[in-house]
Design a protein around this ligand. Structure first.
Ligand code: FES
Length: 234
């Protein structure tokens, strides 16, 4: 069976249609690679693992931010349209430029161990005995599943509207992973407040597209908003 797939061409500034023979189990990335190998080897597209692990093959598939390597063709009815993620500058075809995203990530105040649990010798390996609860550990583990694919940023209407005034869901997840580390000592509430977390109105678009199934809104954004409000009340 053949399927039609349309890929964005930055040179032609439009979608270009190709017909691809389909086999059972193919994903969108397989079809894109078929186009590269049989029709146009100049198309620019990023991928590495083909297993939903590296986060490099994000795109908008029929308008939905998705990983090309995890989206099966038989899950899509009709023609398939693949465009680059819109919230990022386009480099070429399906390739985006995430440079600003890496700068924002660098601006997040880093982990700093709570000095009260370090021994007087300042030897980090000689920390005093502290109790770590299973809940605290599993809570942080969830955020470590993030593969930095940027789909949550692309799905976020607050990012689309307010642009750099809102740090975006991926970075709130990173910040929450540090804030919820029981060994950490930094207060990042003012940072998140200044970075526009208030613009998020918890519609859960980011959670819906996350391939790592992180409950971004419920477990990262809402708790962080509550911590900021607590500070203001105090
Ligand atoms: S190619 Fe690595 S996530 Fe798709």
């Amino acid at each position: 069976m053949d399927r039609k797939i349309k890929l964005f061409s930055s040179k032609q500034e439009r979608l270009v249609e190709y017909t691809v023979p389909i086999e059972h189990g193919m994903v969108v990335l397989d079809a894109v690679i078929y186009v590269l190998e049989h029709f146009d080897s100049s198309i620019s597209v990023r991928w590495n693992c083909k297993a939903g692990r590296c986060g490099s093959c994000g795109a908008e598939i029929n308008g939905v931010p998705s990983l090309m390597c995890k989206t099966r063709l038989d899950s899509i009815n009709g023609d398939i349209e693949v465009l680059p993620m819109k919230v990022f500058p386009n480099v070429k075809d399906l390739v985006i430029d995430p440079t600003d995203t890496w700068h924002i990530k660098k601006s997040i105040p880093n982990f700093k161990i709570n000095e009260q649990i370090i021994s007087k010798s300042n030897d980090i390996t000689a920390t005093k005995n502290i109790t770590l609860y299973e809940y605290d550990v599993t809570r942080a583990q969830e955020f470590k599943r993030c593969i930095e694919c940027f789909l949550c940023l692309d799905s976020c209407h607050a990012v689309r509207v307010h642009k750099s005034a809102y740090i975006g869901p991926m970075h709130v997840v990173k910040t929450a992973s540090l804030d919820m580390n029981p060994l950490d000592s930094i207060d990042r509430r003012e940072f998140l407040d200044k970075k526009g977390i208030r613009f998020c109105n918890v519609t859960k678009c980011c959670t819906e597209v996350c391939p790592a199934k992180i409950k971004i809104t419920d477990n990262a954004i809402i708790p962080e908003k509550e911590r900021i409000n607590d500070k203001k009340v105090i």
